[in-house]
Design a protein around this ligand. Structure first.
Ligand code: HEM
Ligand code: HEM
Length: 183
């Protein structure tokens, strides 16, 4: 795939914008009352918001793994002229966003496994038991449901700051940072 020095390649752009869209949709559908619903005897498979939330979240995980492989082998990402601190900060924010894209689904699986709740996905797919998660050392380490909710809030705040920074680059610094990721 061709990669001009000013632009991300098409696949990186597709990964970026599809992932961003899914993360925001999954956030909006986040089931705040999940524990109460399931403990009240409702099967989460009957709740569209939960099924869509979990399916989109799993899609984010798969997309992020594929995207990381692509990022390792792609021809090269654009390098923009900017001060050292700004470059360092942008790398740090990207690193934390990558980590959150993986930690959100992992924390959700730990939450479901430790509470013995099923994973319910689109198409009637369902996993009732997570053999390596339920009662494992990690699942008992924390309240993963609360951590998952917190990470969900953090990724939205950080992505918002990241988007504002990209717009600042475009409007005030008049460089090519934002344009390099636009379709
Ligand atoms: C990018 C991915 C994801 C984001 C941004 C996200 C975001 C959120 C947010 C913000 C909440 C809390 C909603 C509220 O309190 O109003 C939540 C709850 C929840 N999410 Fe996710 N989530 C993601 C992926 C997943 C995945 C992959 C699964 C399942 C495997 C999942 C399962 C759940 C469950 C079960 C809850 C309820 C937790 C509890 O109350 O104990 N999420 N999510
Ligand atoms: C949930 C939403 C978002 C997430 C998780 C996210 C995550 C990321 C990640 C991981 C990268 C590094 C990409 C790579 O190396 O291939 C990146 C780059 C970038 N993102 Fe986002 N992003 C989000 C939303 C946005 C939005 C809304 C904008 C613009 C308004 C934006 C603008 C950019 C730009 C311009 C770059 C390239 C920056 C550079 O090369 O220094 N992102 N984003």
């Amino acid at each position: 795939m061709r990669n001009s020095p000013d632009q991300y390649d098409k696949l990186s752009k597709a990964f970026h914008w599809i992932t961003a869209g899914i993360v925001v949709t999954a956030f909006v559908l986040g089931p705040g009352d999940f524990g109460r619903i399931v403990d009240g005897g409702v099967d989460p498979a009957t709740r569209n918001d939960i099924v869509w939330h979990e399916s989109l979240g799993v899609a984010v995980f798969v997309l992020t793994l594929l995207r990381l492989i692509w990022a390792a082998v792609r021809p090269g990402a654009p390098r923009h002229q900017m001060s050292a601190w700004m470059f360092g900060l942008s790398r740090l924010v990207h690193f934390v966003l990558w980590a959150l894209l993986l930690l959100l689904p992992i924390s959700a699986l730990l939450a479901l496994g430790s509470e013995s709740h099923p994973l319910t996905l689109l198409g009637g797919m369902r996993i009732n038991v997570f053999p390596f998660v339920g009662n494992s050392y990690f699942s008992n380490l924390a309240d993963w449901g609360e951590i998952h909710k917190l990470l969900g809030d953090v990724i939205i705040w950080l992505a918002g700051i990241h988007a504002l920074a990209a717009i600042y680059h475009h409007i005030r610094l008049k460089d090519k940072v934002l344009v390099s990721m636009l379709p």
